[in-house]
Write a protein that binds this ligand. Structure first.
Ligand code: GLN
Length: 492
């Protein structure tokens, strides 16, 4: 039998339906792959027994013809999603060995549709980061290496475990969350596809909150089609999340292969940064050429407030984080460090439980929300946010269907290479992605080429609200032209 882990999700789904193999066989192949790849540190919890049980149950349902859209498909779940009876930590010491008594809406929909849980995936602590180096479980290693080098590279963040696991074929797909780029940037760094849906498309219920007005769950997979399949199961209205939008969930897979002829694609001139590496510039024009060859029309557009997006994001996101993270006080769950009195206990618990980056965000957040500074920082950032959103609205009002940009300003960098002395160096990774969260729009990252050292590079497509289908159609055109990217297996 061929190596089952080399199949795409769509191929595995069809193979299962045709009874060419069972979910138990497929799941066992992935469990073996995960055990051989511990050097990547992608999983923070492996659940092989649960996976085998779920796979057996899926096989029974498939045999009855009731497998469901994801019947028997093994997936990995970012450790930010609450999973019932399965430890959930947000990769923070402060959650300790927290075991939720409930399931997040998004994951419950995956299990409803027949998927199998392989385990929980590493991420930056509370999803704060762009390299997966802030996790209390240690950094994740990117399965890609520079040609001829053994240097360990970051997979991007914060969903670094998800990206690394999918790229290294340790699962058929994975969930991620994206507050400022945490799905699209790691997808770009690992040569896979990642979609951040429109704000409100997926329920945030049961996902550990970082910045509630920006957070959105989305899928990772190795192909555009596979990503669209996962998206359909993850999306949908949920009365338990008041920001979830009551709209029908389309059959996203139907968008694959649809003609993009006549579509107007915007190229925002503000995304052409000074000192941008040549190869990113080249990748970008190559992507534009591929879309043009498929019949799309390329137009230059202007998003004039882009330059304020990163500073505004790094006010809004920490402000919301400082409020959301106030609940971790050592009283109800997670870590507790005893103190002389209750205040001392709070302080000791929070000082011990939160890592450096999380503490920095809480301090920035409380500062920008404090009485004397609220108007100067938080309020102003919110106004900038409105202007950023309006830039996109103006652009779409002129008939633009989607916007093409690079996904990241560089390829993956080395572990420990960035942000040590200056956190802003790390924040600059999100330069092409944060605007999309600020405006609540959908965005997809799709691999499009390699840099001179052989590392994958991605392009981003940004769409109109609730028009993820157009992004899937366009991304597939790029995928068809660029081919797929698989890292040589050095870890097993
Ligand atoms: N890198 C960004 C941050 O650290 C975005 C993280 C995310 O999208 N979760 O805030």
């Amino acid at each position: 039998m061929t190596d089952l882990t080399s199949l795409t999700l769509a191929e595995a789904r069809d193979g299962l339906a045709a009874r060419s193999f069972t979910s138990s066989e497929l799941t066992n192949a992935y469990i073996t792959a995960i055990e051989a790849a511990r050097a990547l540190n992608a999983f923070v919890l492996e659940t092989p027994d649960l996976a085998r049980t779920m796979a057996r149950e899926a096989d029974v349902r498939i045999a009855r013809g009731e497998g469901g859209p994801l019947g028997g498909i093994p997936l990995g779940i970012k450790d930010l999603f609450a999973t019932k009876d399965v430890r959930t930590t947000a990769c923070s010491k402060i959650l300790g060995n927290f075991v939720p008594s409930y399931e997040s809406t998004v994951t419950s929909q995956l299990w409803r549709d027949g998927a199998v849980l392989l385990g929980k995936l590493n991420n930056d602590e509370f999803a704060m980061g762009s390299s997966n180096e802030t996790s209390c479980f240690g950094p994740v290693v990117n399965p890609w290496r520079r040609d001829g080098s053994h240097t360990s590279l970051v997979p991007g963040g914060s969903s670094g475990g998800s990206a690394s696991a999918v790229a290294a074929r340790l699962c058929l797909g994975a969930t991620g969350t994206d507050t400022g780029g945490s799905i699209r940037q790691p997808a770009g760094f690992t040569g896979i596809v990642g979609m951040k849906p429109t704000y409100g498309r997926c329920s945030r219920w049961g996902i550990v909150a970082f910045a509630s007005s920006l957070d959105q769950a989305g899928p990772f997979a190795r192909t555009v089609r596979d990503t669209s399949i996962l998206m359909r199961s993850m999306a949908g209205h949920d009365p338990k999340d008041t920001t979830s939008v009551d709209r029908a969930v389309p059959d996203f897979e139907a968008a694959i292969g649809k003609s993009v002829r006549g579509m107007k694609i915007g190229i925002p001139k503000e995304y052409r940064l000074d000192g941008m590496p040549d190869e990113i510039e080249k990748l970008w024009s190559q992507g534009a050429d591929w879309l043009k060859a498929a019949g799309a029309e390329l137009v230059e557009v202007s998003l004039p407030h882009t330059k304020y997006a990163l500073p505004a994001y790094y006010i809004v996101a920490p402000a919301e984080a400082s409020s959301n993270l106030a609940r971790y006080d050592g009283v109800r769950y997670g870590l507790r460090v005893p103190g002389r009195n209750i205040i001392d206990m709070y302080e000791k618990t929070r000082a011990e439980g939160f890592g450096v980056e999380v503490r920095r965000r809480i301090m920035i957040g409380t500062y920008v929300l404090s009485a004397g500074y609220y108007d100067a920082y938080y309020l102003r950032a919110q106004k900038v946010r409105t202007l950023i959103k309006k830039d996109f609205e103006d652009c779409f009002a002129r008939g633009v269907h989607a916007i093409l940009t690079p996904a990241t300003p560089s390829a993956a960098f080395g572990i420990g290479e960035k942000g040590g002395a200056d956190p802003v160096e790390m924040y600059l990774n999100d330069i092409f992605t944060v605007t999309v969260n600020m405006a609540g729009l959908p965005g997809i990252a799709v691999p499009a080429g390699r840099d001179v050292q052989g590392l994958p590079l991605g392009l981003q497509l940004i769409g109109r609200p609730f028009d993820e289908q157009t992004l899937f159609s366009l991304a597939e055109v790029i995928e068809q032209a660029a081919g797929r990217f698989t890292p040589p297996k050095w870890w097993a």
